[in-house]
Ligand binder design. Structure first.
Ligand code: FBP
Length: 551
């Protein structure tokens, strides 16, 4: 492999030794807790997962030296990039080698399709060392192929037999881990000696529960976006002439937007889950923004920041209905795909929608309406990262302010700038928290594998304490599942964690937002991620985690 050219920071980070929980530093013993139940729909989930349902929680503690059998393991990166993915692989590699130096690690290339299409490399020490503490998923690549057909599972088993692989680690979000669990159950039912272990990844932060405190990558991504928001706020406060509308990634849940608000204290922040709970229309959302802009203008403050979650559009009931109808209408629609111009496509869609949704579609600016009809993702869903909600809101807010100006209610000046932060944070050099957390998750996965476990997700808890006190173990994936309607059918899936309006992070935000809207000096400027220096500067977990833990 050709060595990469590295920056001084990259060279320094290559030498960083991630912190591990004390329990993983030497010999390990496995402790089993009580049997588990799924979060809901217990009877259905139990029936679907007879081999992997009800397994106990697992924690690791310091123990006596043991001899573990040799294992060949395969690893897959699934879905969107998240800082720390490389360190999961490094932790997994180091753990496997520590438990038995004859263990081998293979990486399936380009995501889950690598398993099905038999694309792989052996991950040697030389390769792994090049990627320690780096961002990105480029060590083996990632992809969004869904593993959900028996044929795919059988192809996977075929390559495992060929390479003598007896365990697969799937590093992914809620959907990928759901598929990991189905795969574990399938192999168990067929008597295939292949274990499957999941790892909680996604910058979106929506794969979390009682046992999984946070998904990896959320910490780094939010710190990168908050730095940028802070910089923009300092600029806004210096020039005092622009309103910045900033859309933040997070396909569904608003965790990223909320965390960034907690870190930077913007003037306005929209939380999709609250919009849905209050049954707000797009005009209501616009009216709420306008109120703050008018109020600030009355005090001579014609500038500010607005944070907008990427998924907002799907949480507005009327838009949700429109998107659902479009998803059905456009799935494999050759007639639509054959149309050449945007105008033809627009006319076609208008003619096919129900009268109520056709009106919503008609009222949208043409550009946004077009974005709603673009290609779907492999799950058939609209790709919200391509919908410029921030521009939609700017257009609507400007229109409303012009009306208020004409009525003499608004006397300010509205100049706006739009931003979208998503890809900027997904491959950042992992923060110390993510570097340590991911290394520990990978290391934990190696122990779960050596102990012969399957259908578990690697879990590292107590993450607001110093890393030495973190609790490592495994959680049965079935424990996180419930039944949900997907494409017209009831399916077992990991329950997605949306922002809880009764949770401490949202409550803190709600208690402070009026102050942040009004005051000139509420902004926080978090600055860039620090890797070296005092622990209060370098090792802090997210505000979300701290508030959830009552800190
Ligand atoms: P995962 O759920 O796979 O981690 O990806 C999340 C995400 O980063 C979303 O925030 C965003 O909407 C989406 O990926 C973008 O997808 P793509 O990488 O395909 O552009």
């Amino acid at each position: 492999m050709k060595p990469m050219t590295k920056s001084p920071l990259q060279i320094a980070r290559a030498g960083y030794q991630p912190k591990l929980p004390n329990a993983l530093k030497g010999n390990v013993v496995l402790k089993e807790g009580a049997a588990t139940e799924s979060v809901a729909d217990q009877d259905d989930i139990k029936k679907l997962f007879p081999n992997t349902y009800g397994m106990p929680l697992i924690t690791f503690e310091p123990g006596e030296k043991r001899n573990y059998p040799v294992k060949n393991v395969g690893v897959i990166l699934s879905g969107g990039q998240a800082p720390g993915g490389h360190n999961v692989i490094c932790g997994l590699f180091d753990g496997l080698k520590a438990l038995n130096p004859a263990n081998k690690l293979y990486g399936f290339l380009g995501g889950p399709s690598g398993l099905v299409d038999h694309q792989y490399i052996e991950l040697t020490k030389e390769i792994v060392d090049e990627y320690r503490n780096t961002g990105g998923f480029d060590i083996i690549g990632s992809g969004r192929t869904k593993l959900e057909e028996a044929e795919q599972y059988d192809k996977g088993a075929e390559i495992c037999h060929k390479l003598d692989i007896s365990a697969i680690v799937i590093i992914g979000g809620d959907d990928s881990n759901t598929n990991a669990c189905v795969l574990a159950e399938y192999y168990a039912q067929k008597g295939e000696p292949i274990q499957v272990i999941g790892c909680p990844k996604t910058i979106d932060g929506d794969l979390k529960n009682e046992m999984i405190e946070t998904s990896f990558g959320f910490d780094t991504a939010c710190k990168v976006y908050s730095e940028l928001i802070g910089n923009i706020q300092r600029d806004a406060n210096s020039a005092k002439k622009y309103w910045h509308f900033i859309r933040l990634m997070g396909r569904s849940a608003s965790h990223i937007t909320l965390e960034c608000a907690l870190q930077s204290q913007p003037n306005i922040c929209i939380i999709s889950e609250e919009v849905e709970a209050n049954n707000l229309t797009l005009s209501d959302v616009v009216e709420n923004i306008v109120k703050v802009i008018v109020h600030r203008a009355d005090h001579g403050l014609n500038f500010g920041t607005v944070l907008i979650p990427e998924g907002l559009i799907e949480f507005i009931p009327a838009m949700k209905k429109l998107i659902a109808e479009l998803n059905d209408l456009l799935a494999h629609n050759d007639d639509f795909n054959a149309l050449e111009t945007d105008d033809e496509k627009r006319q076609y869609v208008k003619g096919m929608l129900s009268p109520e949704t056709a009106q919503v579609y008609r009222d949208l600016p043409k550009g946004i309406a077009r974005q709603l009809t673009l290609d779907r993702d492999p799950h058939g869903n609209v790709q919200v990262s391509l919908i410029e909600t921030e521009k939609l809101l700017i257009e609507m807010v400007a229109k409303r302010l012009a009306q208020l100006k004409a009525q003499g209610v608004y006397k300010g000046k509205f100049s706006s700038i739009n931003h979208f932060f998503g890809y900027e944070g997904r491959c950042a050099i992992p923060s110390n928290f993510d570097a340590d957390y991911t290394y520990s998750l990978g290391y934990t996965a190696s122990v779960l594998i050596s102990e012969g476990k399957t259908g578990y997700m690697s879990s590292v808890r107590n993450t607001t304490a110093p890393a030495a006190e973190w609790i490592a173990g495994g959680v049965p994936i079935t424990m996180m599942m419930n039944m949900e309607r997907r494409h017209g059918k009831m399916k077992p899936v990991i329950q997605k964690a949306l922002v809880r309006l009764d949770g401490a992070p949202f409550k803190f935000f709600a208690a402070n937002r009026e102050k942040w809207a009004d005051e000139e000096m509420s902004y926080i400027y978090p600055g860039p991620i620090q890797y070296y220096g005092p622990t209060e500067v370098c090792d802090q977990p997210t505000k979300t985690l701290q508030l959830e833990k009552g800190l």
